[in-house]
Design a binder for this molecule. Sequence first.
Ligand code: ZN
Length: 73
Amino acid sequence: MARVMADCRRFESDSNCSLTMLGAEEEVVHAAAAHAAAVHGHPDTPELREQLRGMLEPATRYGEARIPEPFPA
Ligand SMILES: [Zn+2]
């Protein structure tokens, strides 16, 4: 199974978070939701998980430089 990536470097955050998560889709959605709640104060809801799922990228994009954007509301 192809691995996917959730990359906090894509988004602006108070902590300039540099965390990148790579793995199977379900693993990454779970880890990203837990991280978003614990570190960035997002409520861990089914809606957040769906939003995160829609942001997943191919893991092969890991090495690309990222320009942070605001996290979509
Ligand atoms: Zn983060």
